[in-house]
Write a protein that binds this ligand. Sequence first.
Ligand code: SIN
Ligand code: MN
Length: 265
Amino acid sequence: MRLTETQVDAYASDGFVVVPGLFSSAEVDTLSSALPELIEAHREGHILEEGSGAVRSVMGGQDRVAIWERFVRHPRLVHAAAQLLADPASLYQFKVNTKEGFKGAEWSWHQDFIFWHEEDGMAYPLALTAAVFLDDVLEFNGPLLMWRGTHRHGSLAARVEPGTDWRANAQAKLKYSLDETTISRIAERHELVSLKGSRGTAVLFHCNLVHGSMPNMTPYRRAIAFCTYTSVNNRFDAVERPRPQFVADCRGRAVEALADDCLLD
Ligand code: SIN
Ligand code: MN
């Protein structure tokens, strides 16, 4: 699949592009029914919600469950990522944020690249994330909120929470987040967009786009699978405390895409 010129232009100017129905209902059924298996098979990748202890995120583990391995190599994702990166794509991170009904907490305002630069030594912001909705994302169950066009600011000064535990760094209070003054300035010049859509919708977004999401106070789960791809020509510098490879794969190996029906057979 190739994105249209309009979609490529939208990504360049807005920092994200929404592709409704990228995955069919049958494909999402397959993924959704394999989510408990992923969560069960890869406990070391769990990030738990504070208080309830519900699984907030499972990071990595795609190599343990065949259908998820196929998902990260799906040509609709890999080719779209390569097209927007204008380079072959390498899978750098895979995670599913489950945002359980009543339990899923917020993700504070942030940009992604600063995490990857500071924690993993990613040299350049040549990375994007494909977010695939495993549930209908409504206005109520904590949709991704994005400030249109903010990727063009580069890395903004972030508030830093001390600590080196990769799990703690992904709690509602993130390690690198943007403060109220920064967000208020952004609000003067940028439109805030709430990314709602049916299951199977995908959003491709730039690693410097400012985004976050609110808690889920409904009974409706909002699970989203995130695949982050970087250019094979990006560089990773050595860091003091490398994160586990299932959190950040810095090997820069090109992903070989599978056949288009790889989730269905
Ligand atoms: C993220 O920014 O990594 C996740 C946001 C969300 O799941 O709402
Ligand atoms: Mn993020």
